[in-house]
Design a binder for this molecule. Structure first.
Ligand SMILES: NC(=O)c1ccc[n+]([C@@H]2O[C@H](COP(=O)([O-])OP(=O)(O)OC[C@H]3O[C@@H](n4cnc5c(N)ncnc54)[C@H](OP(=O)(O)O)[C@@H]3O)[C@@H](O)[C@H]2O)c1
Length: 94
């Protein structure tokens, strides 16, 4: 269905841990590394179509998932703002 549209986008969210794994979260990091790889290949597969593939790789974001854990978390609003700036410039890895 996305291919039938003039413009479409897929946005995957992989943590920075997809690139730099953490000792205490091996399965989480491995699954997110797979999502990072999948995002890259999907982008290549869809080159030349109307569908763009974006990947957002944030550090820790202050959400329910990270409640009571982590330091120096960014707010979801800040992440959304940074994503939007990158999205408008066709920056595919944000
Ligand atoms: N927080 C971070 O620091 C961070 C950083 C990088 C990447 N990420 C990634 O971003 C994604 C979202 O994380 P988050 O921090 O936003 O977590 P979150 O605040 O806990 O939100 C998780 C969301 O997933 C939904 N969900 C959970 N189980 C589901 C299921 N079985 N089927 C459908 N929806 C389900 C929840 O829906 P309900 O509200 O209806 O339960 C909720 O909207 C995760 O993949 C996480 O790995 C998070």
């Amino acid at each position: 269905m996305l291919l039938l549209r003039d413009n479409a986008a897929i946005v995957n969210v992989s943590p920075g841990l997809a690139l730099v794994p953490k000792q205490t979260a091996s399965i989480y990091c491995a699954s997110k590394a797979a999502l990072h790889s999948f995002s890259k290949t999907l982008r290549w597969q869809l080159e030349g179509t109307s569908v763009k593939v974006f990947e957002v790789l944030p550090s820790a974001v202050d959400t329910a998932m990270t409640a009571g854990r982590g330091r120096a978390k960014i707010s979801p609003d800040r992440l959304a703002g940074e994503f939007w700036r990158g999205f408008q410039r066709d920056k595919f890895e944000i």
